[in-house]
Design a protein around this ligand. Structure first.
Ligand SMILES: Cc1cc2nc3c(=O)[nH]c(=O)nc-3n(C[C@H](O)[C@H](O)[C@H](O)COP(=O)(O)OP(=O)(O)OC[C@H]3O[C@@H](n4cnc5c(N)ncnc54)[C@H](O)[C@@H]3O)c2cc1C
Length: 444
């Protein structure tokens, strides 16, 4: 028989919230055994305050056992800014070049995977991983893993210029003789540029055996695996130029690199100038971007989605906001079932899986079936009147307010308010649509 012993002194301290040792002794109180021998759990003692100020329940009790509340909060703050080990390379023994896509001017997850792969290839810590970019300002290169940063924007004008970019990369090739070149296997981005580079080097006779490995998703022991049709893999010897798929390697999470600026010597710049075609002779002329109706982009590929749920009352205001923001429209299943949105716009497990860079969910509670459809979105913004809903917990940024009012304010701030004031959506006879009040009543 086990006898439960009580320390009366500790019990007194536990009851006295002002005692300096109170937090220390109150820890185990989240779970105890009652006099009847039943395990009791205090739900209020479970969990910790998350980064967005919302309480997260941790049923393991780990967060509670971790220490007094003050110490837990300090630990949480430490976790929020994890310290990375700084890595510096002063005299690189060689270079691995990474040409990130930088879609929309930012490093993508795919780009970070490329840097992870580059470090896998660098093996020797004295080999520097170089970010070769065509834009002057780029954030996050240090965390991504760039030891050096070679910005070629001064040589190549912005826009679609594969010939000029190729000429610039050839100058880099001559200047640094990199051990590897890594591109994201996308079209018309890195996939096109990497193939051009390999073809040019092979045709010029400099490296006749230069062949790219495309669709690379794994590299190990001097071999690489490329994804072919019918989900078959091709294994081959590791070439110098790799066009890699997303998730080809783990992005770096423990180290912070310098991204020290690297320059192309003047003589290589002049070789670049001489290799460039005269303005009238260029094979490709960039005539600028073509405006695309965001509603005609397939939802799965849309980069920016404004999604609506049952919390929307002013549907005209919502469509107007999507037009003003240039966003593709998405919807929760309830918004579709209620007849506000077409079935093709439904996001989620039984709708479309989206991968937007920015996903704005207005009046969507964040049911698990909906959240399954947005796992690949880079940034999620929730606009919801309920601070405790799951969409707010999932979001990177949450606005706790009336969805219609926020959308109207955004349009107004952008100088394009709706001509008419948003109506309170009085349903037309026989339309089947419920007014906002009716819907809130039903929800209640
Ligand atoms: C088998 C199955 C498959 C499913 N598949 C899908 C799917 O693919 N996609 C999908 O979306 N759902 C799917 N569902 C439905 C899902 O479970 C939810 O019912 C649905 O996602 C809820 O939609 P909602 O968030 O728009 O509505 P609700 O859950 O009712 O949420 C409305 C939200 O709006 C907020 N709100 C209310 N008024 C305002 C206001 N004035 N301003 C701001 N916010 C406000 C509320 O706080 C609430 O968070 C599926 C369900 C099943 C059973």
């Amino acid at each position: 028989m086990s006898i439960r012993r009580i320390d009366p002194h500790a019990e007194r301290i536990r009851r006295n919230r002002l005692h300096p040792r109170h937090h220390e002794l109150v820890r185990p109180a989240w779970r105890w055994t009652s006099a009847e021998g039943v395990t009791r759990i205090d739900p209020h003692a479970l969990g910790a305050i998350g980064p967005n100020g919302i309480k997260r329940i941790d049923r393991s009790g780990g967060a509670v056992d971790a220490g007094p509340a003050v110490a837990r909060e300090a630990a949480r703050q430490d976790e929020a800014v994890p310290s990375r080990r700084p890595v510096t390379i002063d005299e690189p023994a060689g270079y691995v070049m990474v040409v990130p896509e930088c879609l929309e001017g930012r490093l993508s997850d795919h780009d970070r995977d490329l840097f992870g792969l580059a470090h896998q290839l660098a093996e020797d810590r004295q080999v520097a991983v170089v970010a070769v970019t065509f834009q002057p300002a780029l954030e996050g290169l240090e965390e991504a893993g760039a030891d050096r940063w070679l910005d070629l924007s001064a040589l190549v004008a912005d826009g679609y210029a594969p010939e000029a970019r190729l000429a610039a990369l050839l100058a880099v090739e001559t200047a640094f003789s990199p051990r590897h070149w890594l591109f994201a296997d996308t079209f018309p981005g890195g996939g096109d540029l990497g193939r051009r580079l390999a073809a040019k080097l092979a045709l010029s006779g400099e490296r006749e055996d230069e062949r790219v490995a495309a669709g690379v998703w794994q590299v190990a022991d001097g071999q690489c695996l490329s994804r072919a049709a019918d989900r078959q893999d091709i294994q081959r010897r590791l070439p110098r130029i790799l066009l890699a798929l997303a998730e080809c390697a783990e992005p770096l999470s423990e180290t912070r690199h310098e991204a020290r600026p690297l320059t192309l010597e003047a003589r290589f710049q002049s070789s670049f100038q001489s290799s460039m075609a005269e303005p009238g002779e260029a094979g490709i002329v960039d005539r600028g971007r073509v405006a695309v109706d965001p509603q005609r982009i397939p939802l799965a590929q849309a980069p920016f989605i404004l999604s609506a749920g049952r919390g929307i009352g002013d549907w005209e205001g919502y469509h107007h906001a999507a037009r003003v923001l240039g966003a593709s429209e998405g919807a929760s299943r309830v918004a579709v079932d209620d007849g506000h949105m077409p079935r093709a716009r439904q996001v989620g497990a039984t709708g479309t899986f989206v991968s937007a860079g920015c996903y704005v969910a207005v009046g969507i509670s964040g049911a698990v079936q909906h959240l399954q459809g947005i796992t690949k979105c880079q940034r999620v913004v929730a606009i919801n009147s309920d601070p405790g809903c799951d969409m707010v917990k999932r979001a990177d940024l949450a606005i706790i307010a009336d969805g219609d009012a926020v959308l109207a304010a955004v349009c107004e701030r952008l100088g394009q308010p709706r001509a008419a004031e948003p109506s309170e959506a009085v349903p037309e006879a026989g339309s089947g649509a419920l007014s906002k009040e009716e819907r809130q009543h039903v929800a209640a």
